[in-house]
Design a protein around this ligand. Structure first.
Ligand SMILES: [Zn+2]
Length: 430
C-alpha cells in the first residue's frame, strides 16, 4: 500500500517508496534485474543565489521552494538561510527543476507588462506563485546544483523581494516591532516605467469593492494587469503589497531592498491597527491620486495629512533602520532632513520623528543635526536618545491616527517628565 502525506498541494512520498520504484524500473526494463539503482541515482541538492549589487557578491535566496518531479509527483524543498536545499529522494531519471517564491510568510505573484504592451497578465499566472523554470536536468546532474539569478530580469526582482521578506522578519524580531500578517500576497510588477510600491492590504479586506472606486485612478494604471472583477470572480487573493520595478532600469539591490522594507513596514503597522484604519489610509492616498493632489501624500493642510504623515514616517523609519541592519552602510539612511518635503513651507511628513527618538546624539545624524537644521531654518532640539522602536510600535495602535495623538500617548506611557523628549516632539508638532 502506498502512503502519501499531503503537504500543501504537493505530494511527498515515504522513503519506503524507493523499493517500489526500483522494482517498477526493473519491471519496465529500465534497470537490469537484480541491479541496484541506488548507485546510479542522485538526490537533488544545491544552492540558490541572487546577485547583490550592494555587496558585489552572490547572496543566498532564503526560504524559497525548489520543486522537482519524481515519478509524476511534485516534490518540494525549502531553501535554508544559506540558500541550500536538499531532497532526500534518489532520482533515476532527469527532471524539470523549478524555484517558487512562496512560503508561509508571503507569496510573490508575477505581473509582467513589458512583453505584451501592457495589456494583460493572465489570471492563471497570478493564481500560482512566481516561478522560475530552471530547465531540465539529467539524473546525473541533480546533486550540487547551482541556481543563480544574476541577470536584470524579473526573476532577480522576485529573489530580492523574497529575501527582503525574510530579512524583515529577522529585523522585526530583533527590534521588537510587529511582523506582517502571515501569508500576505506581494504582486511583483515588472513594467516599462514605474518604480514604486504600495501596501493596499486588499487581500485582507472583507469587501475590497467598498474602496475600489476610491482607488480607481490608481488601479487604472495597473487595472490592465489586475482586473479587480476578474480576480474576485475566480477567487484569487488580491494584492496586499505591490512592488513595481522598471524593466529598463538596472536592479540596484540597496534601493530595491529599501523600497520593499518600506512597504513591509506598512504591513507591520497594518498588523497593529487592522482593516478599518488601513482602509482610511488607502482611501486617503488613493483620493490624492484621484484628485491630483500632490499624489499620493497630499498637502500639508489636508484633513488626512496627519494620518498619512505619521504612517509614512513610520514605514520610512523602519526601512532606514532595516537597510542599515542589512548592509551596515549605504546612502538611503543618510537622510539629513527631518521632513520628507522641502522647502520649509511644505514640510509636514515627519520622516525624522521616530528616528530622532531612537538614535544617538551626534553631529552626523539624519534628522537631528541641530546646527545644520537651524541653518536651514528648522528649529530642532534633539537631545534625545534611548527610546526604542519596540516602544513606538507599542504606541501605534488603531486609536493613534495623528502625530499629535502619538506624541501625547508616548509621553503618557513612557516619559511625561522628559524635557528633551518634549522639546523634540514639539519641534515636530509645530
Ligand atoms: Zn509608504
Amino acid at each position: 500500500m502506498r502512503l502519501l502525506i499531503s503537504h500543501m498541494k504537493y505530494w511527498t512520498a515515504f522513503p519506503e517508496d524507493e523499493g517500489l520504484e526500483q522494482t517498477a524500473m526493473q519491471l519496465c526494463g529500465y534497470l537490469p534485474e537484480g541491479e541496484s539503482a541506488l548507485k546510479f541515482g542522485e538526490s537533488p541538492s544545491g544552492i540558490v543565489q541572487v546577485y547583490d549589487t550592494e555587496i558585489n557578491d552572490w547572496s543566498p535566496v532564503r526560504r524559497a521552494k525548489v520543486q522537482v518531479i519524481h515519478f509524476g509527483r511534485l516534490l518540494t524543498a525549502e531553501t535554508n538561510d544559506l540558500g541550500k536545499f536538499s531532497i532526500s529522494r534518489r532520482f533515476y531519471a532527469g527532471t524539470q527543476v523549478n524555484v517558487l517564491f512562496c512560503n508561509s510568510k508571503s507569496c510573490i505573484r508575477a505581473m509582467n507588462t513589458t512583453d505584451f504592451g501592457g495589456i494583460i497578465t493572465l489570471p492563471t499566472v497570478l493564481a500560482i506563485p512566481a516561478t522560475h523554470f530552471d530547465g531540465w536536468r539529467s539524473a546525473s546532474n541533480l546533486d550540487n546544483m547551482i541556481i543563480r539569478f544574476g541577470s536584470d530580469n524579473q526573476v532577480r526582482l522576485w529573489a530580492h523581494i523574497q529575501n527582503a521578506v525574510q530579512d524583515f522578519y529577522d529585523f522585526a524580531n530583533q527590534t521588537g516591532i510587529s511582523t506582517p500578517p502571515a501569508g500576505f500576497n506581494i504582486y511583483a510588477h515588472w513594467n516599462n516605467n514605474r518604480r514604486d510600491g504600495a501596501t493596499l492590504m486588499f487581500g485582507h479586506f472583507n469587501d475590497p469593492f467598498s474602496i475600489r472606486h476610491q482607488t480607481l485612478a490608481w488601479l487604472s494604471e495597473i487595472n490592465k494587469v489586475i482586473n479587480v472583477d476578474i480576480l474576485t470572480a475566480i477567487g484569487l487573493r488580491m494584492p496586499d503589497v505591490i512592488i513595481e520595478y522598471d524593466a529598463g532600469d538596472t536592479i540596484r539591490s540597496e534601493e530595491l531592498n529599501h523600497m520593499v522594507y518600506h512597504e513591509l513596514g506598512h504591513t507591520s503597522h497594518y498588523n497593529r491597527v487592522g482593516v478599518g484604519f488601513w482602509a482610511t489610509l488607502v482611501s486617503a492616498e488613493a483620493g490624492n491620486i484621484l484628485t491630483g493632489n500632490n499624489p499620493p501624500y497630499g498637502t500639508r493642510g489636508d484633513a488626512t495629512a496627519p494620518l498619512i504623515g505619521m504612517c509614512e514616517a513610520w514605514a520610512e523609519t523602519i526601512a532606514d533602520e532595516f537597510l542599515l541592519r542589512r548592509y551596515n552602510t549605504g546612502t538611503e539612511q543618510e537622510r539629513e532632513s527631518p521632513w520628507l518635503d522641502e522647502p520649509v513651507a511644505d514640510r509636514w511628513i515627519p520622516y525624522g520623528i521616530f528616528y530622532d527618538m531612537t538614535d544617538g546624539i551626534g553631529a552626523d545624524e539624519r534628522g537631528d543635526q541641530n546646527t545644520i537644521n537651524r541653518n536651514r531654518g528648522l528649529n530642532f532640539n534633539d537631545n534625545v536618545t534611548g527610546f526604542s522602536l519596540r516602544q513606538i510600535n507599542t504606541i501605534l495602535n488603531m486609536t493613534v491616527t495623528t502625530p499629535q495623538v502619538f506624541i501625547s500617548q508616548f509621553q503618557i506611557l513612557y516619559s511625561s517628565n522628559n524635557a528633551n523628549l518634549n522639546a523634540l516632539l514639539n519641534s515636530y508638532g509645530q
